[in-house]
Design a protein. Sequence first.
Length: 276
Amino acid sequence: MTSENIKTPDGGTLELFSTGAELASAGSGVVVVPASMVTAADYTKFAQKLSAALGRPVHTFNRRGRGSSSPQAEDYTLDSDIRDLDAVMKHTSSTDVFGHSFGGAVALHAARTLPVERLAVYDPAVSVNHSVKADWTTEYERATAAGDDDRALAVLQRGLEAGTRSRMPLSMLTIANKLTAGTSEGKQQRELMRTGVREIKAIIAADMPAEPFLELPLETLIIVGEKSPAYFGVACGQIHDILTGSSYTILHGAGHDGVLRAPDKLITELSDFFAG
């Protein structure tokens, strides 16, 4: 894996990681757009396995507010990530894109206008006909205003239905967060929760009916984890219904973190798709 910092047209910086860069002569790479609450490093296993299966490079980048990339703006909108994705695609000469969760929402909106040839998404957190709701943000903001990051994080985790712990009572989840605050995962969750909430608000602000997604590439693959929160499937079903050329797959036994776990069945599904 190689890493570099690239400049964006607005003067920003993006930290880019390329796996299988020596395979560039085999064809353009696949750009991975990461989810909220994670960094590019969390996709190392996934990128390595997908690059090996494809025999092509896989490029993952830290979106703003992560690693050595520029900070995320307070007035963040999806357009910022769409412009950054455009910069990464141009820098790597890539036309295939994969998006996970929030990254899937960015990819779906971006592929309506960017020169994406093949698009694959896993549990995209896109809002179609108000499929994503975040009534919990008011309680989250009360907790952050009071300086209670443990409770704020618990509200966020429950709101996103993030993992089995999110089903715990709020008071117990708050205590659990306090106990794990010193771990690497706990520190990362606290560092990213404010960017994560901005991103949820941006998704809701970008809500639209399914019809504009008719502008997506003919070759679009939509994957939903069997054990993922149900709201991912609601929007995906509506988009698939209007895209006559799209493929829709339920990855059996997988949850929302299926991409980070990189099971062989997901890698096979994606490598077959991106191989054309």
